[in-house]
Design a protein around this ligand. Sequence first.
Ligand code: NAI
Ligand code: MG
Length: 336
Amino acid sequence: MTHHSKLVSPALITLINGDGIGQEVIPAARAVLEALNLPITIQTADAGFATFEQRGEALPAATLALCEASDAVLFGATQSPMTKVAGYRSPILALRRHFDLFANLRPAVAGEIDLLVVRENTEGMYSGRERLEDDGATAILERIVTARASERIVRAACEQAMQRRRKLTIVHKANVLKETCGLFRRIAFDVVKEHPELEVGELLVDTAAFQLAQDARRFDVIVTTNLFGDILSDLAAGLTGGLGLAASANVGTGRTAVFEPVHGSAPDIAGKGIADPRAAILSVGMMLDHLGFHAQADKVRRVTYNTPHSGSTSATARLIAEALAGVAQDEIELQS
Ligand code: NAI
Ligand code: MG
């Protein structure tokens, strides 16, 4: 996924199913990965609400140790308790923080649309600095934007754009949020000077939403702050096939990155064997890029976007695995 990625051979990955349909889509994605026959060693680990209920920890130390030793983690989804439960902390948030995975990459592909939202994942409106004053009648949020976090997220977005159509859109609201978005914008325009090959534009976030809804084909890579990225990436997902196809990567500058479908544990359909496994499979595609298997990542994407969900998790995964094996076979025949 990133410039520093290289062929690590054999790669070590950890699969975490989590709760609900995570238990179904991650094994389905594993079957697809195994059909590729790559030099990848797979280990599995537990996390989530069921793990918390059994062992008192949502992300056990043993799971974290396995992740630390891994080049990549594939994470299904976990269920969050409806009410605040003492001691429970979301494992995906804990993993992002532990590995300092500051960049959230969310591709959206359908028809002629092929864009990537690069969202800052550590600060902004989600810095957790909220308080009530005035006896609860006034709520206050502090939005933190730092030069360091802005610089590294824009650099990550430039690297992505260089590997794509070389078009970058910086999204902000600096006309109103003059200090926070102003800083992000200033740093962004400094960083893009390192990549004169890029076609760089900027949009106010409301205009970006409008243009996405009107004609998303004009976008390649969008880089923005945390909350704006959260919202725009969901808008882009809604335009391109919904949760069944929405994959994501959480990357930092270290070795370990975490890949996950955007959807949650879907308790309404869990256990029925009907969940769409393609978001998890496309997350495997992003993981393969991170591990340096770029050609295989492209094949996974091509086949998965061309395979409709059959209605059965395992049948869809089997169709995709067989198509990938067929692609491999065609190439062997072409070469001989
Ligand atoms: P959700 O994504 O689990 O489900 C939303 C709707 O989309 C449901 O109707 C579900 O059946 C459907 N859906 C989701 N993924 C699907 C798939 N692969 N195939 C077919 N249909 C699919 O979101 P919701 O219902 O808001 O949250 C359920 C639980 O998941 C909550 O406990 C929430 O906290 C958790 N969650 C966890 C995430 C994570 O671990 N990263 C992310 C989002 C939610
Ligand atoms: Mg979201």
